[in-house]
Design a protein around this ligand. Structure first.
Ligand SMILES: OC[C@H]1O[C@](O)(CO)[C@@H](O)[C@@H]1O
Length: 521
């Protein structure tokens, strides 16, 4: 197993504590935080494929798409800078907001960030639902984006701090699961609103984003801040009482003392950013940068943002396009559950490698299908049933491959490899890189489709190939390894060893043995 250096996991620290009602409520709030993000990802594609919406805000696209004026090249029908901005502006706003949010989350607590995120999101949903002109549309998207930035920054931190030690990984994945539920909810709502009489369906689609926002705001109002955050702000006594409540036991001394020590240690670090860039943390820096980069370069969001537009491009009718999107949404959601159930059995590497291969094969099939049908000039021959089915199946198998690998693991792996001293800096890099490339994909997809035609999917396939090799060569298995022992896996890895091992430190016989096992694979 090249690159899969292994160390024997030891037993987790046994902090006493139960899965209390408070922790359960935390899951629900986290779920609505993820829903908000997912809803936004899923809603724009369906709305931008609705003729009344296009006619009102994007008359140029409407003329090309609905009235068929300006040529029949399917690849370029939706290529409009203004339309793209409608989708992508949200992620740009989210990127900027998540940087500001990290200070608010640290200085004022996790809860104010969540509250603010929910409130801004609600405002965005209202402005969008009532939009009279394109400016209102963009303002609404920007508000939603700022809301998403605050929620995405604070919710995962809140979750991992509230969760009892042994549920941390599972709760981390609940966030991704709720993103997929949000995407699915958006697809289903679009499916129904698209056929509403009066041409106002899009208003309901955009306005419904207010529902998870209200739940999120109310949820955040009722929730307490985390013990970690209280300690960070010097409220140690209150933190201890809070810890006893959320763990449901009186004896929380060990965990409490560790939190205090961790806080003292992290306060000593004056420049976590500089530290993250030092040689010792090279493996962490590489993974928090490349995992989100590659996650977006799988091309998954081409399907998530633009599934209905893509299906229409391929020649499906309006209803069939929205319905096919619902199918991909269900596959996305169910496959994330599969990942949650199997990640501790198959390991991170197993899922990453299998998922990568599956996506690669499907991308080749999709390329061939679209290439044969549309050629270079984008004029399709008649759409046959078997062809349509093949494309939908290939897209669904691709989505499943992503959803049990790069989707949830894109958040889980960075969060478990970062030691405390560089955790917040590392997470910021992870979220920011994710948002930059989410923005990038949303921004360039329609232009790329027009310029690269069916070759577009080959573009993403090349990245999927590269990322699979990247995981194969560089990522050691992190399954079952407690965070505080994570440093050992780099020492045992043939590539990372030279970065993390102190030159003066003599390798122990165990280390030599581990490196040997890793090399022999
Ligand atoms: O489920 C798919 C979704 O998951 C994400 O990768 C976030 O982890 C989004 O960018 C994508 O739209």
């Amino acid at each position: 197993m090249a690159g899969g250096g292994m160390i024997t996991p030891s037993v987790n620290k046994g902090y006493p504590g139960k899965f209390t009602g408070r922790v359960f409520i935390t899951c629900i709030v986290a779920a609505t935080g993820g829903l908000i993000f997912g809803y936004d990802i899923g809603i724009s594609g369906g709305v931008t494929s609705m003729p009344p919406f296009l006619e009102k805000f994007f008359p140029d696209v409407f003329k090309k798409e609905v009235l068929n004026i300006g040529g029949t090249n399917q690849y370029c029908k939706f290529n409009s800078q203004k339309l793209t901005m409608f989708t992508s502006s949200l992620y740009l706003a989210a990127l900027v907001a998540s940087l500001v949010a990290s200070t608010v989350t640290r200085k004022l607590g996790r809860r104010p960030s969540m509250l603010l995120g929910g409130a801004l999101f609600l405002a965005g949903a209202i402005v969008n639902g009532l939009a009279q002109n394109i400016t209102m549309l963009y303002i609404g998207r920007a508000l939603l984006g700022v809301g998403v930035g605050f929620a995405n920054q604070s919710v995962p931190v809140y979750l991992s701090e509230m969760a009892p030690y042994k549920y941390r990984g599972a709760l981390n994945m609940v966030f991704q699961l709720s993103i997929t539920i949000g995407i699915l909810a958006a697809y289903v709502i679009n499916y129904f609103t698209a056929s509403m009489k009066g041409g106002n369906g899009w208003r309901y689609s955009l306005g419904c984003a207010g529902v998870p926002a209200i739940i999120f705001v109310l949820g955040s109002l009722c929730l307490p801040d985390t013990p970690n955050s209280l300690i960070e702000r010097g409220k140690n006594e209150e933190a201890k009482k809070r810890l006893q409540k959320i763990r449901g036991v009186d004896n929380v001394d060990q965990e409490y003392n560790d939190l205090i020590n961790a806080s003292i240690e992290s306060k000593k670090i004056k420049h976590p950013w500089a530290k993250l860039f030092s040689r010792k943390y090279r493996p962490q820096l590489v993974f928090v940068t490349f995992i989100p980069f590659f996650q977006q370069l799988t091309g998954m969001n081409v399907f998530m943002f633009y599934a209905p537009v893509l299906f229409k491009t391929i020649g499906f009718g309006a209803n069939a396009s929205l319905f096919s999107s619902v199918i991909t949404g269900v596959v996305n959601c169910v496959s994330t559950l599969v990942s949650m159930a199997t990640v501790d059995r198959f390991g991170r590497r197993g899922l990453f490698l299998e998922g990568g291969l599956q996506m690669l094969i499907c991308q080749i099939i999709i390329t061939v299908c679209i290439g044969i049908k549309f050629g270079l000039n984008g004029n399709p021959s008649e759409l046959q049933q078997w062809y349509a089915t093949l494309v939908v199946v290939a897209i669904c198998v691709y989505v499943a491959g992503f959803a049990w690998s790069w989707g949830p693991l894109g958040w889980l792996v960075p969060s478990e490899i970062l030691p405390l001293e560089v955790r917040s800096a590392g997470q910021s890099v992870n979220v920011s890189v994710n948002m930059i490339f989410t923005f990038f994909i949303a921004e360039i997809y329609l232009q790329m489709m027009c310029a690269m035609k069916f070759g577009l999917f080959i573009f993403f396939a090349v990245f999927v190939f590269a990322m699979t090799i990247f995981i194969y060569k560089l990522l050691p298995e992190t399954k079952g390894i407690p965070i505080e022992e994570m440093a050992e896996i780099w020492k045992a890895h043939p590539v990372w060893r030279k970065y993390v091992v102190d030159e003066n430190e003599k390798p122990t016989s165990e280390m030599v043995e581990e490196v040997k096992i890793a090399k022999e694979g």
